[in-house]
Design a protein around this ligand. Structure first.
Ligand code: SF4
Length: 340
């Protein structure tokens, strides 16, 4: 068993069933692995007196976060590549913030959504990650790369709601107070707009967990061309689903909009986007398109991004003016999956 796929209550249950031990030992192991990154438990006080039990544990419990096989850094951003047990590789990005770092995490190897602006979409779908392969990225960032990670965004490779159960299990593990201890309000799940996934999330009691939606156009036809998921899960349906989503007071959705020069960056696009957003509570993240092979569009200029943002701001939309980082290491939005 890979311990990285267990919540504390599940591990306690396993200890009771397999070893006749309880919360005391399960809690100690959980603390050592998830809080301290220490797999060497022989010297830990709760286990010192029971070397026989330690041996049994070592035989039945593995710690397999995947091996970091490469990493690239620029402007403080670090992209690292993890090789999984079957040779597949996934990418994660550490984004430095003022007081704490954000880890952009992958939920699948590849992706079946096929968004045209996205390098991962070009790879196609290889397989889902297990919960342990998702939490393993956090383990590696914290304990192997020694980064102080306090925020998680599911904006790496894959569509999180296409791997719903594993993603939710991973979030619950990351949220475990006696372990990684990342508050739900510091975790953002970003979707291309899978209606069923949004509805399933709404039915769970995960207050505070943030929901981001990749919008990129407020015109049905344009969005269907750019993001094929829109053909069956239209903007209209998406808005209806979001209106029914049980947000807490003062909570907002995060909308992501990749601005592509002469494609979706006109003033008319901005007006239409503001109309689509109204009356949803939204913070809008504008991201400059990162040019990639096979999609012949360009990044907009800073001036046109400000002009676009101004139209939205005047219409009462809260716009985050933080343009994309990490272009040269292919760590910007929609660029994971591209080898440097
Ligand atoms: S943008 Fe997201 S959903 Fe779309 S293809 Fe890329 S990884 Fe998949």
């Amino acid at each position: 068993m890979n311990i990285l796929e267990y919540r504390l209550d599940q591990l306690t249950h396993k200890f009771e069933k397999d070893f006749g031990k309880g919360r005391y030992h399960a809690g100690a192991l959980y603390r050592e692995i998830f809080k301290k990154g220490n797999p060497d438990i022989l010297e830990v006080k709760e286990f010192k007196a029971s070397p026989g039990f330690c041996q049994k544990l070592e035989k039945s419990i593995d710690l397999l976060p995947g091996e970091i096989v490469d990493r690239f850094t620029e402007d403080g951003l670090t992209k690292f590549i993890t090789q999984l047990w079957d040779g597949q590789k996934i990418e994660s990005v550490i984004i430095p913030m003022a007081n704490r770092n954000t880890l952009c995490i992958s939920s699948q190897v590849g992706c079946r959504m096929g968004c045209r602006f996205c390098q991962t979409g070009k790879m196609g779908f290889k397989r889902n990650l297990t919960a342990a392969e998702i939490t393993g990225q956090l383990f590696n960032a914290r304990f192997i790369l020694k980064q102080n990670i306090k925020n998680i965004v599911f904006m790496g490779m894959g569509e999180p709601f296409d791997n719903f159960e594993a993603v939710i299990q991973a979030i619950r593990i990351m949220n475990e107070q006696k372990g990684f201890d990342i508050a739900l309000r510091h975790i953002t799940v970003s979707t291309a707009g899978l209606i069923q996934g949004i509805q399933k999330l709404a039915a769970l009691d995960m207050k505070g967990l943030r929901l981001a939606v990749s919008i990129n156009s407020s015109d049905e036809n344009t969005r269907s061309w750019l993001m094929p998921v829109n053909k069956t899960q239209s903007l209209a349906l998406l808005k209806k689903t979001l209106q029914a989503f049980p947000l807490c007071k003062k909570e907002t959705f995060l909308f992501e909009y990749i601005l592509i020069k002469d494609f979706n960056d006109s003033m008319e696009d901005a007006v239409k986007l503001a109309e689509y957003i109204h009356p949803l509570p939204v913070r809008l993240n504008l991201i400059a398109y990162n040019p990639m092979d096979g999609f012949n569009y360009e990044s907009p200029s800073d001036d046109s991004m400000y002009a676009f943002a101004d139209v939205l701001t005047q219409k009462g939309v809260f716009v985050i003016k933080r343009w994309s980082k990490g272009r040269s290491v292919s760590a910007g939005c929609g660029q994971l999956g591209k080898r440097c």
